[in-house]
Ligand binder design. Structure first.
Ligand SMILES: [Zn+2]
Length: 215
């Protein structure tokens, strides 16, 4: 099956890519530019993951679309909060409609390329903080994508009910190139270890008694 997925270069989308390739799907990764503080590091990671798997990504520049939006994750927003993902402060890192926007673009590309499936790396750990990672959103977006493409493109989120530890377990099973991935939200090359994204990743490695090759 041919499918399209957004590759951020993080643990989740890299594992999603590894999972799709392990099932012998013909995968087209798409890498988005948008003005998040960590986006330059993400894109570097995504490109490295594509080189590792010998995939040729499509690069889409959405910087202008996100300029009017307010989020601590974006350049010009407040400081990235530190602490656990479930803390209220982490809602500051929501980028309004980000996945809805990314998925809309992916749906259009998929239809143009006659690719019938878009995969999305949302997981259960995202549900509390990020509205456009929740099952009801994924179901509605699948419906919207199907209606907008006259039934030609569907949306699937294979890790929707999995948590970060489940995804890491899959990544280790599939020998995904975790050493190339980027998770931290901050505008710095080295992972901070303190933001919600770093904390969630660290907890998954701790749970599985594995070492994070990026630290
Ligand atoms: Zn961090």
């Amino acid at each position: 099956m041919r499918l399209l997925l957004s590759l951020s270069g993080g643990l989740d989308s890299t594992t999603l890519l590894a999972h799709a390739l392990s099932l012998n799907h013909d995968v087209q990764p798409v890498v988005f530019s948008y003005p998040s503080k960590h986006n330059p590091f993400e894109r570097e990671a995504a490109n490295a993951v594509c080189r590792y798997y010998d995939c040729d990504p499509i690069h889409i520049d959405l910087r202008a679309a996100f300029e009017p939006m307010a989020s601590a994750l974006l350049l010009g927003g407040g400081d990235i909060p530190e602490g656990h993902y479930t803390d209220q402060s982490m809602t500051q890192t929501v980028v309004p409609g980000r996945n809805m926007i990314f998925l809309s673009v992916l749906g259009g590309i998929a239809m143009s390329a006659k690719t019938g499936m878009v995969w999305f790396g949302a997981h259960a750990g995202d549900h509390a903080i990020y509205p456009d990672c929740r099952p009801d959103f994924v179901q509605a977006m699948d419906q919207a994508m199907m209606l907008a493409t006259d039934g030609k493109v569907r949306l699937n989120a294979p890790y929707l009910m999995a948590n970060k530890t489940d995804i890491l377990r899959d990544a280790l099973r599939l020998n995904a190139p975790l050493h190339l991935t980027r998770t931290c939200y901050k505008n710095q090359a080295k992972p901070c270890g303190l933001c919600g994204a770093c904390r969630e990743r660290a907890e998954a490695f701790e749970t599985l008694a594995a070492n994070d090759p990026c630290l």
